[in-house]
Design a protein around this ligand. Structure first.
Ligand SMILES: [Fe+2]
Ligand SMILES: [Fe+2]
Length: 281
């Protein structure tokens, strides 16, 4: 069953919104199994609390370190949380109007992953003394990220653009976030191993989410070539939006004394690799 879009975005062709996968796109895959999700995530979540088995540094312990370290940790967690809130809302909406049970099954697991990510990042911010989470996000996170959230809400929740939602969420947002999480997990490995471990568990979930996006988009491009122009347009638009966010974020990192060259290299490398897998570079 394909739900009709409610209110098409003016720039989205109607037939792109009423997306129906072909049989070829729906081959069985482990990502569509709740059992696989449980087995896989238990390898790194069992025995952890809020994603860590070593307690992260307390605010008091961080006082002994340069204040730039504190701001770098709060900045990394706040940036992560802003993105997780987008993914939490969008994955739930995409799950509700997914065009097939396979996508719905995967997205149901993603909704729980994103709920966990929102929970662990919120918990970490509060443990760092940032009780007013919204205020912290607005202090540390680029305003473009909130604009991206509003854009995705319009595209997914209001317009039910499934393909655009998967591109924005599973390719642009999560694909580029892999580099961000990977860098911060490595940066904090020695300074704050608990927070680093928490980021690594999120990263492992995110790899699954990006895997789903790439698999579905590749299937779509191979089996519905008439959709290619639309997919390429949306990939270009949303990836540019996300890249601009990461570039401004890099300026912020530099202000807090962290060299942004390596994370930006990682972000760009992931993006190029994902476009390559879609035959779009
Ligand atoms: Fe997430
Ligand atoms: Fe995710």
């Amino acid at each position: 069953m394909t739900l009709e879009p409610r209110r098409p975005l003016s720039d989205v062709p109607h037939d792109a919104l009423a997306y129906a996968p072909t049989t070829a796109e729906l081959r069985p895959h482990k990502l569509y199994e709740v059992q696989y999700w449980r087995e896989r995530s238990s390898t790194y979540l069992d025995g952890t609390t809020f994603g860590y088995s070593t307690a992260p540094l307390t605010q008091a312990q961080l006082r002994a370190l340069p204040s730039a370290t504190y701001h770098a940790i709060v900045g990394a967690v706040a940036g992560g949380l802003a993105g997780e809130r987008v993914a939490f809302e969008c994955s739930a909406a995409l799950c509700a109007f997914a065009p097939d049970d396979n996508a719905r099954m995967f997205l149901a697991t993603q909704v729980i992953d994103e709920a966990r990510h929102v929970e662990v990042f919120t918990h970490r911010l509060k443990s760092l003394g940032c009780e007013d989470v919204d205020r912290t996000l607005h202090k540390y996170v680029n305003p473009r990220m909130f604009a991206f959230h509003a854009h995705m809400r319009a595209r997914v929740v209001d317009s039910r653009d499934f393909v655009g939602g998967v591109i924005g969420q599973n390719l642009a947002l999560e694909g580029l976030a892999l580099g961000f999480f990977e860098f911060n997990a490595a940066l904090l490995e020695d300074i704050d191993p608990g927070t680093s471990q928490m980021l690594k568990t999120v990263l492992l979930d995110e790899r699954r989410h990006v895997g789903f996006g790439l698999m579905r988009l590749r299937g779509l491009l191979e089996n519905q070539p008439n959709k290619r122009a639309y997919v390429e347009d949306v990939v270009g638009e949303l990836s540019n939006e996300m890249m601009a966010i990461f570039e401004e974020n890099a300026d912020n990192m530099a202000r807090h004394g962290v060299d942004p060259a390596v994370p930006m290299e990682k972000v760009r490398a992931y993006h190029a690799m994902h476009l390559g897998r879609l035959g779009m570079n």
